[in-house]
Design a protein around this ligand. Sequence first.
Ligand code: SF4
Ligand code: SF4
Length: 380
Amino acid sequence: MADTIRVRIVADQIGQLIRSLAHRDYAIFGPAVKDGAIVYDRIEEIGDLPRGLTDHQEAGRYSLVPRQDQALFGYVLGPQSWKKYFHPARVKLFDARNDDGVFQILPNTASPARPVALLGVRACELAAIAMQDRVLQNGPYADRIYAARRAGAFLVAVQCTQSAPTCFCHSMGTGPAVAAGTADITLTEMDVASDHWFLAEAGTDRGAEVLSELSFAPATDTQCRAADEAVALARTGQRRHLDTAGLRDLLIENFEHPRWDEVARRCLVCANCTMVCPTCFCTDIEDASDVSGTHAERWRRWDSCFTTSFSYIHGGSVRTSPKARYRQWITHKLATWIDQFGTPGCVGCGRCITWCPAGIDITEEAQALRGTVNHGNTES
Ligand code: SF4
Ligand code: SF4
């Protein structure tokens, strides 16, 4: 596309942006409040956004509290990731019908009715989507369900101007600034307490087309600089850090490190960390039939390396202890993922830290193997 232009739009124009996307027949999803947390849900108007709310996060803790202002994207991240739209938690693969003793397989060819537009995607989440694209769409084992849902998706990123204490995207090289061209439109929310505006930038031609329908003014150098500085503050405000230097070899060489026993005493093997992780992609297959025996279904659902059944092969499970399962998870995330896909499987979103009921912290566990653990937070 042509050179990117940065423009200034007033906050109310977000409503027009939603209408422009709806007019193009996208199913629009974005942040909304549900059950005391920011989740991703259908968005039909600006009033659906979590105006004036922010999140407080720490290891094993999350709460939603009012802000002093009317920010629309004034939180950091909730428990859900966008993967639920492209890689659903549960999806039917096929039905089977018993016709006179012979089962007919009826493939589920249903595609999503229309492409999605995702509003409010953070930089680390764009990196997670790119990671799942690599695994589920662009690799040797492409998943047609993922590809059908991912096709045509319109991504509106909102850059972070604040970080949660659990964030460490900067050390993973995935944020908080949105990388050029990774979203159709990138927004930065500014001056929320005074005149409340957004810096908007198109990353693709179709993003430029949508943006051209809004009322905007070219952003001044001062406004562009202010937005860049706000994002830089989110970076410098990150307290957690994952030192990735030599991390793969560190994990591989410490298969029998005593730290695994220590973390196993705290880990509840609840699988929360894998459910909230935007890059985890493992699934299981379930078959079910009705009582008459004439109808059967095959479903695919998210699974986790923290369950005993996940590693079941003929005769039993390979990883029966919490120690083996935690070690498998973190070693895959930070070491063998590199062997498979060329990068670590972690984007530093911090969800697994916030949503671990035991407050287990991936940055702290990795640091512990180096023998330099600093409980709570590592250097920034
Ligand atoms: S590390 Fe935490 S979230 Fe993950 S399985 Fe163990 S207790 Fe659950
Ligand atoms: S491992 Fe944890 S911090 Fe890394 S991407 Fe997954 S949930 Fe986020």
